[in-house]
Design a protein. Structure first.
Length: 75
């Protein structure tokens, strides 16, 4: 990624939680903390995100391999 973008190993339970709750609430700030925390934990367990993130981390994390030089162009 780079330039202000982080790669989330194992996925983002928060992103999935907001996708589910956005049908019920207009903004994230309206979601009660207890409801948010419970849903995030359920998603992490359901999707196995913690296990996958740990696996990737144990293998050394994400490695980006470039095969050619690439010049980033800015307008």
């Amino acid at each position: 990624a780079g330039r202000g973008t982080d790669i989330i190993l194992g996925g983002s339970a928060e992103h999935i939680a907001w996708e589910e709750l956005s049908q019920k609430y207009e903004s994230r700030i309206q979601v009660p903390k207890a409801e948010w925390d419970q849903l995030v934990k359920e998603i992490e367990k359901r999707e196995g995100m913690d296990v996958e993130a740990d696996e990737v981390t144990q293998l050394g994390g994400l490695h980006v391999i470039g095969s050619e030089r690439h010049d980033s162009r800015r307008i």
